[in-house]
Ligand binder design. Structure first.
Ligand SMILES: [Zn+2]
Length: 339
């Protein structure tokens, strides 16, 4: 079954491994890594085994690192294109629907740039347009830090009580954030509400008309983590024609006394898939693994193991046609419409 995945942090992990920043999710990896074959969750060989077609590679910038966010994102984009050049025999960078069709016709995999941290634009529409010209096609407004654009739901990792966590409902998009989402719709940058505060979700909803995504979030009704979506948000994304990417992180799948104890099981993923499609419709769910941005307790512990999820969805009662929608059709339909 062909796989389209809306979110992974592999390029940032490659950067950390080369610069030895100590920020890696993979604590045991201390040698520089390559995209073709590596010890991370995602590499090209494992993607082939998992029957991948398209991967969104997030350029994840952690504002807590103190580095200039624009400079950081440019470094990541440079690594992305270096890797694309080295591996043209297997994977091609895509910016348009025609690029996606051309990769498919050549029997190659496709890679799209996403941005995870809106501050990489510095709140400046010219930088947003420049990043678009460099190939970025999807963007979150925030990661876990407040920035010039908006407020996130999770302020910082491991410092608050995880379940249930208090969403931020009264603070959403700032003035620059509103201008930015309007420009994104105009130029064709797909908006991504993952990490955004609840208040920000509704501000974005009000100031946009096109479909948008939550690239890597689950259902809050099943797991009360505020990185997950409420029923109303799921319905609104579905009604708008957007897509939610199923996240494989244990602490977004099930509740446990500590974040470390949360398990990532394919059976639980199938429960979230059932809940989200019941709430938002069969067209609103895709995949958003968060591979290489998550660690610990993963039953499906790298991207070659996607058939495990396919089996779990079958067991949950999804038909082959429905699993195709979740694995690739829904996201491709959205890209065809928006790119
Ligand atoms: Zn994330």
């Amino acid at each position: 079954m062909k796989v389209v995945d809306m979110h992974c942090d592999t390029i940032s992990e490659i950067w950390y491994s080369r610069e030895q920043t100590g920020e890696s999710e993979h604590a045991d990896i201390d040698a520089p890594q390559e995209l073709r074959k590596n010890r991370l969750h995602i590499d090209l060989e494992k993607m082939e085994k998992g029957d991948y077609f398209l991967q969104n590679f997030a350029m994840f910038v952690n504002m807590g690192s103190g580095m200039d966010p624009l400079e950081s994102v440019l470094k990541l984009i440079d690594i992305f294109y270096e890797e694309m050049e080295k591996n043209q025999d297997k994977i091609l960078p895509v910016k348009t629907w025609a690029d996606i069709e051309s990769a498919k016709a050549q029997g190659k995999m496709a890679a799209m740039i996403s941005l995870e941290e809106g501050q990489v634009t510095k709140g400046n529409l010219r930088f947003l347009r420049d990043l678009y010209r460099l190939g970025a096609r999807m963007m979150t407004l925030t990661w876990n830090h407040e920035n010039d654009l908006a407020y996130p739901n999770v302020v910082s990792r491991n410092v608050h009580k995880v379940f249930p966590c208090e969403p931020v409902t009264d603070r959403g998009l700032k003035e620059k954030g509103i201008a930015l989402v309007e420009e994104c719709e105009k130029i064709g940058m797909i908006l991504d509400v993952s990490h955004l505060s609840d208040g920000g979700f509704y501000d974005l909803y009000e100031h946009t008309k096109k479909p948008f995504v939550a690239s890597h979030s689950n259902a809050r009704a099943l797991c009360r983590h505020c990185r997950n979506l409420t029923d109303d948000m799921i319905r609104k994304i579905g009604e708008r024609g957007g897509v939610i990417g199923l996240n494989y992180c244990g602490s977004f799948l099930e509740e446990a006394p500590t974040e470390e104890a949360c398990q990532s099981r394919v059976e639980t993923m199938a429960k979230h898939a059932r809940y989200i499609t019941d709430m938002g419709g069969m067209e609103c769910l895709g995949l958003g693994s968060d591979f290489d941005g998550i660690s610990r307790n993963l039953e499906m512990d790298d991207c070659s193991k996607l058939p495990l999820l396919e089996q779990a969805l079958e067991k949950e009662g999804f038909s082959t046609g429905e699993i195709e929608k979740i694995f690739h059709k829904n996201v491709l339909r959205l890209y065809k419409e928006l790119l």
